[in-house]
Write a protein that binds this ligand. Structure first.
Ligand code: MV4
Length: 444
């Protein structure tokens, strides 16, 4: 196993990775900006290196500083966490050129999945069901018209270099199509430096369901079931659950096996997520994420598998520590993302945490980098922690979540805890009866 790993991230995910390294006897190197000198990931790491000023571009995204920190400390590998450099193909290439292991897939796989047209083409060829639409880029209105007449309206136009909800336009009919195509192409050019767009049938009330996979880079892969991440606000996930309240064990096995087969055939290495829209019993691929995700914890809860431990084993070349047949799905898990934001306006609320008391007891996990007396800096993402609740059934999980939220004390700043206290008491949520638009409508 690696002797020393550098963690190119901050906050709760840096701690999460540190913990996995510690359990494997791997020495850890934290990197941090000047704003993060008193951050928990710096305190818990064996060594730390300051890599720049508060601004992310000059610190956590500063490839040269991070590579230098790696060379100074003698770390053999870098775990990028999520966000920052985690899906930067250039970064993966630079590390390879320096003889440093990138804990993640190949630069080629990152690049392919970053191009949404190439990603869709690739997974379709490997047998994953995709949303009906154009085969690749659409430039001419006449071509767009032909495709839309075939698939029917409404349609959605997406930027090849977009993703995560950026650069999408819906057209209800042929009249709207011309304008939407023109606007989508020019906006994509301005925003992403790539005007390529593609067209899909617009699904009106789908759920967002994603499948967790692990590939060993040698043609073998497994799936760890799905997560339902339909509760989102402005393309930010708010509440995630595993398993999805909407799908059966048979559907799980079917889509899971399709994903694992495709990922194995691709020769994919590491953890990844295949995102689907799910409507009327059918799965439609939308994107693939080539990193560990924020919500990986709920998959860990119901499978008992440590995903970061597996990532480390795979990156070292030791493969996956278990077989598909060893995987079982036990009970139900829900994750709430606790943000330092006003619970109704979502205005960020950085500042000093005067009192902090996280919940505990059976089935409770809190992943957070904060502590009492810690000051949340204003420069980064407002997510300060995740509450993960596991129980034998969904019903028990909801009761346990309600109890845990009532125990949670974070004083001195605003947090989204009160929003979750409302959601956990909501009837639609109790029934699992929601889609990707539910939360935005609820908040209106
Ligand atoms: C769609 C869609 C409806 N039909 N594609 C938004 C984020 C990006 N990953 C894909 N997105 C969507 N793609 C088709 N063909 C609706 C959305 C969408 C959405 C998807 C997942 C979670 C929340 C969403 C909120 C608005 C729109």
């Amino acid at each position: 196993m690696f002797k020393k790993v550098l963690i190119a991230n901050r906050g709760e995910i840096a701690l999460r990775i540190l913990r996995a390294c510690k359990e494997l006897g791997i020495a850890t190197v934290a990197v941090h900006s000047t704003a993060d000198e008193s951050a928990m990931h710096v305190r818990l790491a064996d060594e730390s290196v300051c890599i720049g000023p508060p601004s992310s571009t000059e610190s956590y995204l500063n490839i040269h500083e991070i590579v230098a920190a790696c060379e100074i400390t003698g770390a053999e590998a870098i775990h990028p966490g999520y966000g920052f450099l985690s899906e930067n193909a250039k970064f993966a290439e630079i590390l390879e050129a320096h003889g440093i292991t990138f804990i993640g897939p190949s630069a080629e796989h990152i690049r392919t999945m970053g191009d949404k047209i190439a990603a869709k083409e690739t997974v379709k060829r490997l047998g994953i069901p995709v949303v009906p639409g154009s085969d690749g880029e659409v430039i001419e209105f006449s071509d767009a018209k032909k495709i839309c007449d075939e698939i029917g309206y409404p349609v959605i136009i997406k930027a090849a270099s977009g993703g995560g909800g950026r650069g999408m336009k819906v057209a209800q009919n042929e009249q709207e199509l011309q304008n939407a195509l023109h606007t989508a192409r020019s906006e994509a050019g301005v925003n992403f430096g790539d005007s390529a767009v593609y067209i899909e049938k617009y699904l009106g009330k789908p759920r967002h369901i994603e499948v967790q996979i692990l590939g060993d880079g040698k043609g073998h892969a497994v799936h760890l079931g799905e997560r339902d991440c339909s509760l989102q606000r402005r393309h930010q996930k708010v509440w995630e659950e595993a398993t999805s309240p909407a799908i059966t064990p048979e559907q799980r096995e079917e889509i899971g096996n399709i994903c694992a087969k495709a990922i194995g055939d691709m020769g994919y290495s590491g953890a990844g997520t295949i995102e689907f829209l799910y409507e009327d019993g059918e799965f439609y691929f939308i994107e693939m994420n080539t990193r560990l995700q924020v919500e990986h914890t709920i998959t860990e809860a119901i499978t008992g598998i440590d995903l970061v431990n597996e990532q480390l084993h795979i990156a070292y070349g030791d493969g996956i520590s278990f077989k598909q047949d060893d995987v079982s799905f036990n009970g139900h898990a829900i994750e709430c993302r606790i943000n330092a934001e006003h619970p109704e306006t979502f205005v960020p609320s950085p500042g000093r945490i005067e009192h902090y008391h996280p919940p505990g007891g059976l089935g409770i996990r809190v992943d957070s980098g904060v502590y009492q007396g810690y000051s949340i800096p204003p420069y980064y993402d407002s997510m300060i922690g995740k509450l993960i609740v596991h129980a034998r059934t969904r019903e028990e999980c909801m009761a346990r979540l309600k109890r845990a939220l009532d125990e949670f004390v974070v004083d001195g700043i605003q947090t989204t805890i009160p929003l979750f206290q409302d959601l956990v008491c909501n009837e639609d949520i109790a029934k699992g009866d929601y889609n990707i638009h539910w939360l935005e409508k609820y908040l209106d």
